[in-house]
Design a protein around this ligand. Structure first.
Ligand SMILES: NC(=O)c1ccc[n+]([C@@H]2O[C@H](COP(=O)([O-])OP(=O)(O)OC[C@H]3O[C@@H](n4cnc5c(N)ncnc54)[C@H](OP(=O)(O)O)[C@@H]3O)[C@@H](O)[C@H]2O)c1
Length: 339
């Protein structure tokens, strides 16, 4: 253990619509299949001690109870106060709909040991349940495509959580431009963030630019290209960001790991990366990625050319009967599929 620390005041932030300041890098907490809830919680504690102030949680990661214990320890030990942390969580797909949103948020708050969240996201725009870790080929017979009226029922409950003081901000995740346009048309409280897959080999420029223009902050998940993602989320066509020639060249020039280049690129582009790591050394270089040694404009241009349109988290398990394939989830032709 190196016990390296970073002054949290040196970590930049983004200002959200509404004025709240969100630290410009967060710690992911999806332990995938190989990092246990206790290990993730230990990582959260180590990260907060190091200077991280933003933690990205979700009920479906199955570790909020353990992370809640880590929060209690850092609060009790006086390392940080609740107000100094930015804590996000997400509503899982089987808790969409009128009665369940409040229940789900209440459970997350109980598990995390908090009385409010800084940000609560609708994890996916589909209300489709699948068992954790199930095969990508499995299909739920109850699975449905995006139905806007249903999504808005959920969204209005999200708005009620704000009114009740249980969450300070609400946002979306895994959205597309056509879906987002409808939500922006009908929401009383507009999403302040959209969490989406973003890494040099998958830059989603149209969606990224659209949500920026709407004043919505993009949060980039799998910012390093999720090199340890489960087997079920891999296909033969997937590219590897940390082996990309442009990423590697720039890493050599800065004498840093290619993973850190991905994070520097993310921050300078205007998105907020939420990398996960279990290693103290990597936690430190990831936090420092947004503090010092930014990429140059010509390096940013070079990385713009690294976009291969390679989506890693395709979402196959959310497909409904009769769908044509995972592309249906992402409305690539500008039309919401299946409705
Ligand atoms: N909203 C959504 O639908 C959604 C979907 C997917 C993910 N997420 C969120 O995004 C977070 C991050 O995504 P992710 O966990 O899929 O992938 P990621 O952050 O892109 O990659 C994590 C992997 O990169 C390695 N790594 C991290 N820093 C490194 C460094 N400096 N040098 C070398 N290797 C490094 C880690 O290994 P070591 O442990 O060995 O460092 C780990 O295996 C998740 O934890 C979750 O919170 C959200």
């Amino acid at each position: 253990m190196s016990n390296q620390t970073v002054d949290p005041a040196s970590v930049p932030y983004f200002t959200l619509a509404g004025g709240d300041k969100i630290p410009a890098i967060g710690l992911g907490t999806f332990g995938s299949d190989h990092v246990s809830p206790v290990q993730v919680a230990e990582t959260v504690k180590a990260a907060i001690k190091m200077g991280y102030r933003h933690i990205d949680c979700a009920s479906v990661y199955g570790n909020e109870k353990e992370i809640g214990e880590a929060f209690k320890e850092v609060f009790d030990e006086g390392i940080v106060s609740r107000e100094q942390l930015w804590i996000t969580s997400k509503l899982w797909n089987d808790m969409h709909g009128k009665g369940d949103v409040l229940l789900s948020c209440a459970q997350t708050l109980k598990d995390l040991g908090l009385d409010y969240l800084d940000l609560y996201l609708v994890h996916w725009p589909f209300p489709n349940y699948h068992p954790p870790g199930c095969d990508v080929e499995s299909r739920s017979k109850d699975a449905k495509p995006y139905i806007h009226e249903k999504y808005m029922e959920t969204w209005y409950q999200m708005e009620r959580l704000v009114a009740a003081g249980l969450v300070k901000n609400i946002g979306t995740s895994n959205m597309t431009i056509p879906k987002m346009k409808l939500v922006l048309r009908d929401a009383k409280i507009k999403p302040v963030c959209n969490e989406m897959e973003l890494h040099p080999n998958f830059q989603q420029p149209e969606l990224f630019n659209f949500i920026k223009e709407q004043g919505i902050q993009p949060i980039g998940f799998s910012p390093i290209g999720s090199p340890a993602r489960p087997e079920r989320d891999r296909t033969a066509e997937d590219t590897v960001d940390i082996e990309d020639p442009a990423v590697k060249n720039i890493a050599e020039a800065h004498n840093i790991h290619p993973a850190v280049v991905c994070l520097k690129w993310a921050y300078k582009r205007g998105q907020l990366p939420i990398p996960f790591s279990t290693k103290e050394r990597n936690l430190y270089s990831n936090l420092m990625a947004v503090v010092e040694d930014p990429l140059t404009n010509s390096e940013m241009k070079e990385l713009e050319g690294a976009d291969k349109g390679c989506r890693l988290i395709k979402g196959q398990v959310f497909l409904w009967e009769g769908s044509n394939g995972w592309e249906d989830l992402w409305d690539a032709d500008g039309i919401i599929s299946g409705v």
